[in-house]
Design a protein around this ligand. Structure first.
Ligand code: ADP
Length: 178
């Protein structure tokens, strides 16, 4: 199975994606915020906030799932990524956990498609190249290890980040698939 057939990269707005789940780079309170979190809550409508309240928050690296409300996406998976403080505080493991726990929820729910933003690469300050590499390798490793192949779309909001993902994916594809 060629895992890369299932992975695509697009430049755009994740709130428009027609997939089983979009992932929200949330804040731990799960009560909305700025960036992609604010955009998702605005597009989904007030029902999303109401459902999020029931969780009473979520730790960095964990994930919670809700319905998609007014979004085209059927569900939203909310995961607070790490706040980057220089890289010596377990940030990379927490970022991996965000991707892994989101994929686990997708697997548990039998989803066929999922869209990810660049978790932690905005206000949380994670360096974009490292965040990109962690995002792609964690998802690829998860799909291979679990033999769980769904369509994964990385949705990037800015040209710089989009190009990073395109280039990194191309570099991985150049390595023969086992
Ligand atoms: P974090 O707090 O996890 O850093 P941010 O929302 O600040 O989250 O940023 C995460 C990434 O999401 C950034 O690369 C930002 O440009 C991007 N982003 C912001 N709005 C959207 C959107 N509507 N669709 C996709 N990505 C978005």
């Amino acid at each position: 199975m060629d895992v890369f057939k299932h992975i695509s990269v697009v430049l755009g707005d994740i709130t428009t994606m027609d997939v089983d789940a979009i992932v929200n780079a949330a804040a731990p309170a799960l009560l909305g915020g700025g960036g992609v979190d604010g955009a998702i809550h605005r597009a989904a409508g007030p029902g999303l906030l109401q459902e999020c309240r029931k969780f009473g928050g979520c730790n960095h690296g964990e994930a919670r799932i809700t319905a998609g409300y007014n979004l085209k996406a059927r569900h939203v998976i909310h995961t607070p990524g790490p706040i980057y403080r220089g890289g010596q505080f377990g940030e990379s493991q927490i970022l991996k956990n965000s991707y892994r726990n989101s994929m686990l929820l997708a697997k548990e729910h039998g989803f066929k498609s999922i869209a990810f933003p660049a978790i932690s690469a905005g206000v949380y300050g994670y360096p974009k190249p490292e965040a990109c590499q962690i995002a792609i390798t964690t998802v690829v490793d998860f799909m291979k290890a679990q033999q769980f192949f769904i369509d994964v779309v990385f949705v990037l909001f800015d040209q710089e980040n989009y190009q990073l993902y395109v280039d990194y994916l191309a570099s991985l594809k150049a390595i023969p698939v086992q």
